[in-house]
Design a binder for this molecule. Structure first.
Ligand code: CP
Length: 312
């Protein structure tokens, strides 16, 4: 269980074997989380900078906690209080952090490709915490970990991703991870947000919600990414809710064991009714919990860690 990658930039460039290594390592870290002492010394003496230039709750806090659990020194970079506000470039900012001996840069940025750009100009390890509408690799890893844990496998499952696919980095990373691991992925939403071009990634595309959810083992709902849409992709929010919102009536059409997922943040009453988000089919908070183990696994493997260190 060793890894020779210097960065985690996307899921697209990972193999099924890479994904399985990360998921298996994350399971080992879940066991560490059940011990009385939840810390391991794997990143002792290493400095991690969390360079979040776009808002985040789940990803930022779960990276911070993962780094603490691995005994790293952590720097919280606040874009609002930084010299980015005075016109400093991302490259100069990142090279400044590296000159201060940062070993890892965890970056969230509104520009697709920002982590890839940094990986070309830095020696530090770069981890993508979400870049524009491109990818959100650790979200896909925690999603696949949650599915594997709950369903016992990924291969052969029908996974439906519903909502704003076009502007979603989560959708792209999930599609790569799930198809590489052998799931059948269906995408559904308004045609303006779910173009047929996604069929090229090996997905089924439908604009009929009932058809999309009928055979699904897993239903993953996404919010409308208003911050990335230049103009509204549908006539009204009310019409979107009528056609694509997951409500009690539609839930009754699904398989009795169909699992409900959402990466968050949730827009209750839009893509999902509150009762369903909080109901017994929902694994939304378990996804958040799994984010901790997945991020520990990613940091650990990129640092060159092996199984004996997790046992320590
Ligand atoms: N799922 C996710 O990326 O959530 P945050 O934006 O809160 O990090």
């Amino acid at each position: 269980m060793s890894w020779n990658r210097h960065h985690l930039l996307d899921i697209e460039s990972l193999s099924a074997e890479d994904l399985t290594t990360i998921l298996d390592t994350a399971m080992a870290f879940k066991s560490v989380g059940e011990r009385a002492i939840k810390k391991v010394p794997a990143l002792r003496g290493k400095t991690v900078v969390n360079l979040f230039v776009e808002p985040s709750t789940r990803t930022r806090i779960s990276f911070e906690l993962s780094e603490q659990r691995l005994s790293a020194d952590i720097i919280h970079f606040s874009a609002e209080a930084s010299s980015l506000k005075k016109g400093e470039t991302l490259k100069d900012t990142a090279q400044t952090l590296q000159a201060l001996n940062a070993d890892f840069i965890v970056i969230r940025h509104s520009a697709s490709g920002a982590p890839h750009f940094l990986s070309r100009v830095l020696n530090a390890h770069v981890i993508n915490a979400g870049d524009g509408a491109h990818e959100h690799p650790t979200q896909a890893l925690l999603d696949t970990l949650t599915i594997r844990e709950k369903k016992g496998r990924i291969e052969g499952l029908n996974v439906t991703i519903l909502g704003d696919i076009l502007y979603s980095r989560v959708a792209r990373s999930d599609i790569w991870a799930l198809t590489k691991l052998g799931a059948r992925v269906t995408l559904c939403g308004p045609s303006t947000l779910v173009p047929r071009t996604f069929e090229r990634l090996g997905c089924r595309v439908t604009h009929n919600m009932e058809e999309a959810i009928r055979d699904a083992d897993v239903i993953n709902l996404l919010r409308i990414q208003h911050e990335r849409q230049r103009r509204s992709a549908f006539p009204s929010l009310n019409e979107y809710v009528q056609l694509f919102g997951l409500n009690k009536r539609r839930l009754a059409l699904t398989k009795p064991d169909a699992m409900i997922m959402h990466p968050g943040p949730i827009n209750r009453g839009v893509e999902i009714d509150s009762d369903i988000a909080d109901g017994d089919r929902s694994v939304i908070l378990e996804q958040v919990t799994n984010g901790l183990a997945v991020r520990m696994a990613v940091l650990f493997l990129i640092n060159g860690g092996g199984p004996q260190e997790i046992a320590a």
